[in-house]
Structures are given as C-alpha cells and as structure tokens.
Design a protein around this ligand. Structure first.
Ligand code: SF4
Length: 217
C-alpha cells in the first residue's frame, strides 16, 4: 500500500437507499470498518472488525463497476477514519452525488460542502446518548439531515425537545425513524401528527423490501 491513501472497508454493494431524503434511489454503499460506540439496536455489528484495507483507487474501481452516480459512505462509523474526508471530496470531484451517514460523535465540519451529511443524534434508548458532538450544531447546512432513531416514548419526548431547543427543523431536514424492533411506524406517525411536529418520518425501507436480517442490501 506504501503511502497511497486508503480506507479500511467492510463491504461495497449496490442497493436501494433505504433512508434519508435519497430514499428509494439506487445507490452504491461503501461501508467502512469500525465503530467507536455500541448502540443497543445496532444492525451492523459485523462492521466493527471485519474489513480489508483498500486504496482509494481500488474503491473507485469497484464503485465504477456498478455504473451508478449516487454513493453513500456508511459504517460502522466512517468519520472514525480521517481519510474519509479526502475520499468523499474525491468522489464529489469525480461527479458523484455523495452522502455520508455518521453517528454524530465526530465533528463533520471538514466534509466537503457538496456532501450530504446524515448525522445521527443518539437518543437515551440507544445507550449512547452522551456520544453526540455538539460541534455538529454549529455549522448546519440546508442539505444536512439530523436523524433520531426512536426506541420508546421517552426517546420520542427527548428527541422532540432536542429538535425544538435547537430549532433544527428551521435549519435542515429532521428525520425520526422507529427503532425497527422496538416501536411501530404507526405509533411514531401518530405521535408526530398529534404533536404537529415538524419532522419527517423515515422508515428503513430496505428492511421492508428484503428480509430485515439480509446483509448487503
Ligand atoms: S453508530 Fe451505527 S454502527 Fe455504530 S454501534 Fe451505532 S448503529 Fe452500530
């Protein structure tokens, strides 16, 4: 590898984007290896350790083979590897539509302004409430998407308060997603409607299209 820029990659695959404002879009997913936190509901535990170090060149080669213009860099936690910043800029320069899904622990300010940042705010139900980096609230872009995975009623109240306190809905997109095994989309929808909450319901549609335990979709 001798100095070529690289990333530790868990998997690269082609599927339908199940989340964010890009939901439904055919997308190449680049999943990085490793995560610095441990959410109670994590569905990608296999990404914690499994992976291969690949040069940017090799990753790009694989991406190009799918003939798809939309790329999602996810994890694990992509921002745990600083070279993700350079890599995603390269993808933007190459003409791809690029999103980065991050757990909210790392400051995302250095990501290229063309990158769609999907930033989790970990709720108490995740067990990682303290992991959020408030620096991410300082330079919010209109294209940013703050995502709350809601596990229970307390999580819903906590998240609603957070959104209101930081006036997030006025600044960017706010996504409320039901934790798949904990609450139903109907329950969350009814709470959002009843409170006239200015957020967007998000379902992980890949879990409805395919078996929820299927990997690489
Ligand atoms: S941030 Fe994502 S990859 Fe990391 S533990 Fe939480 S759900 Fe799993």
């Amino acid at each position: 590898m001798s100095g070529s820029p690289s990333l530790l990659i868990n998997e690269i695959f082609f599927s339908i984007q199940g989340e964010s404002t890009l939901v439904g879009t055919p997308t190449v997913f680049v999943r990085t290896t490793g995560c610095n936190i441990r959410c109670t509901y994590c569905d990608t535990k296999y990404s914690y350790y499994e992976g291969t170090r690949l040069t940017f060149e090799k990753i790009l080669e694989k991406i190009k083979s799918y003939d798809c213009k939309t790329i999602c860099v996810t994890g694990g936690e992509p921002m745990a590897q600083p070279s993700v910043i350079e890599f995603t800029k390269l993808l933007c320069d190459t003409g791809y539509v690029v999103s980065v899904e991050t757990n909210g622990h790392f400051d995302t300010e250095k990501l290229d302004s063309r990158v769609l940042r999907i930033i989790d705010v970990k709720t108490p139900g995740s067990g990682e409430e303290k992991s959020f980096n408030k620096e991410n609230l300082k330079s919010i872009r209109a294209t940013d998407q703050f995502k709350f995975v809601i596990c229970n009623s307390d999580d819903y109240d906590w998240s609603s308060q957070f959104v209101k306190h930081h006036q997030l809905s006025k600044k960017c997109t706010v996504l409320f997603s039901p934790s798949f095994n904990d609450i139903t989309p109907q329950w969350l929808s009814e709470r959002i409607l009843s409170d006239r909450l200015d957020v967007r319901l998000q379902l992980q549609i890949h879990k409805y299209i395919w078996n929820p335990d299927t990997r690489g979709v």
